[in-house]
Ligand binder design. Sequence first.
Ligand code: CDP
Ligand code: CDP
Length: 228
Amino acid sequence: MKKVIITIDGYSSCGKSTLAKQLAAELDYVYIDSGAMYRAITLYFIQNRVDWNDTDEVNEALGNISLEFVYNPITNVSEMTLNGENVEHMIREMLVAEKVSEVAAIKEVREFAVAQQQQMGKQRGIVMDGRDIGTTVFPHAELKIFMTADTAIRVERRYKELYAKNKNITLHEIKENLELRDYIDTNREISPLRKAEDAIILDNSQLSTDEQLKLVMQWVEDAIMVQS
Ligand code: CDP
Ligand code: CDP
């Protein structure tokens, strides 16, 4: 069967990576979490006190960053490594979440990440989620999905995830972070979060993960059929 490229863009915490992982497992495709790359770059900038308002410092720092996804057979997912260190857990912490949208708005950072993402898609058979995947990274992808869900539901979903690891986290803190990131991501100059013209909207506010998979698998079959 012909392998295609599937892109999933949308707001924070609406279930993009959950759907992307489901599809990759179902189709035996590679899943790439593009947000993890921006989070890892942000972690490096924080750890190394890089002044990201200074272009020279940014360029020098990017020259020292090596990002790689390494498959973990226990979780069945590829995990983010930064210069050889597994940073999968660290990049999900609030410290990174608070700064990532600022860092991801920088032109040099985007060029660095997008070039690597496009390289990963060369073999096709890939599901990539993020903010600009259908518009900038793979504008010719065969299936583009734009995901959304009610803000209160998204906040609740992210809260459940983070509270399991950190009992000090509050709903208010998460709501503020999601809304701020959505604002910066939608309003930045370079590759803002937008629905690609040919993307299908998926509002999963009232859908279970099984229901959303069933629905989207039908779209995938249609997309593959058109190509064959
Ligand atoms: O998991 P969540 O939806 O909260 O975020 P993420 O996908 O891990 O992405 C973290 C941040 O990286 C986003 O808020 C964006 O600022 C940035 N990002 C981006 O600019 N472009 C992408 N393709 C993916 C993420
Ligand atoms: O990748 P993104 O930030 O868009 O969201 P996610 O990490 O995939 O999903 C956030 C949470 O929402 C996860 O705990 C999912 O299990 C949950 N979710 C859900 O409850 N119902 C859905 N239809 C989709 C996701």
